[in-house]
Design a protein around this ligand. Structure first.
Ligand SMILES: Cc1cc2nc3c(=O)[nH]c(=O)nc-3n(C[C@H](O)[C@H](O)[C@H](O)COP(=O)(O)O)c2cc1C
Length: 229
């Protein structure tokens, strides 16, 4: 039976040396500081064309790749697009789907839900932002010898890795838009990805445009989102 190169066949264990046990006061301070930093994150839709250091993106992708995944199969693939002509084609593909969505496919309820965000079918930011990161989930992994291995919990794993990526980009000083033109299959063709990979998200990455505006929206309270039993 084929094995993924990063997963050993037999259980093999090594000591956990990376865990840090903080004093409780420090844990509290760290949790507050992390929340305060994450709370500043806002989805933006007005990007600057200013370039972003590629190594920052690489570090953030490594952070995404450090996410947990079903059976450690790491069923994700990230295509980073900076090439202007490719970005132009992606914009054309996304706008075609979005026009169809806004004019025909979107039910009234969905359009009403989007109203506070002020979004429309124009996606100029796809050409303006320095980087687009197309995030794919892999239903199976194809090894170099052509053999195939099924992947598990793909949407869950890809979503967690994407959360790591968005947080890492924000932490590094960048802004993002989680874009989901639907359907997104045009990305497989444009970015030359196989059919067993499903595009989940097109993450737009860069600095905010000068005087960037964002929707005035809020978040649920702790009581709304959690209970302690
Ligand atoms: C799965 C997912 C899909 C989204 N798709 C789009 C999209 O296609 N276009 C868009 O403008 N925003 C999109 N968003 C961004 C949301 O509208 C945004 O996260 C939400 O309004 C909350 O704002 P915040 O990110 O600033 O907290 C998406 C977000 C998620 C998580």
């Amino acid at each position: 039976m084929s094995k993924l190169p990063f997963n050993q066949g037999q259980p093999q264990f090594i000591p956990l040396t990376s865990f840090i046990r903080y004093p409780e006061a420090e844990m509290l301070a760290r949790s507050q500081a992390f929340y305060a930093d994450i709370k500043r994150r806002k989805t933006i839709r007005e990007f600057s064309a200013q370039p972003v250091p590629r190594q920052v993106i690489e570090n953030c992708l490594l952070t995404a790749g450090a996410a947990p995944s079903g059976a450690n199969h790491q069923p994700w693939y990230f295509v980073v697009v900076a090439d202007p002509s490719l970005k132009k084609q992606i914009r054309a593909g996304a706008e075609a789907e979005e026009r169809e969505f806004y004019q025909h496919r979107a039910p009234r309820e969905w359009k009403d839900a989007l109203a506070p965000l002020g979004t429309d079918a124009d996606k100029a930011f796809l050409e303006i932002a320095p980087y687009l990161i197309a995030i794919f989930g892999q239903k199976k992994t194809v090894l170099d010898d052509g053999s195939e291995i099924k992947n598990y919990y793909v949407p869950e794993s890809v979503s967690i890795a994407t959360g790591f990526l968005i947080s890492a980009l924000h932490h590094s000083g960048l802004a993002t838009l989680t874009h989901t033109p639907s359907p997104m299959n045009f990305l497989n063709q444009l970015l030359d990805r196989p059919q067993h990979e499903k595009p989940y998200i097109l993450l737009v990455v860069g600095y905010p445009a000068e005087n960037c505006m964002v929707p005035n929206i809020g978040k649920k309270t702790l009581a709304d989102i959690a209970s302690f039993l």
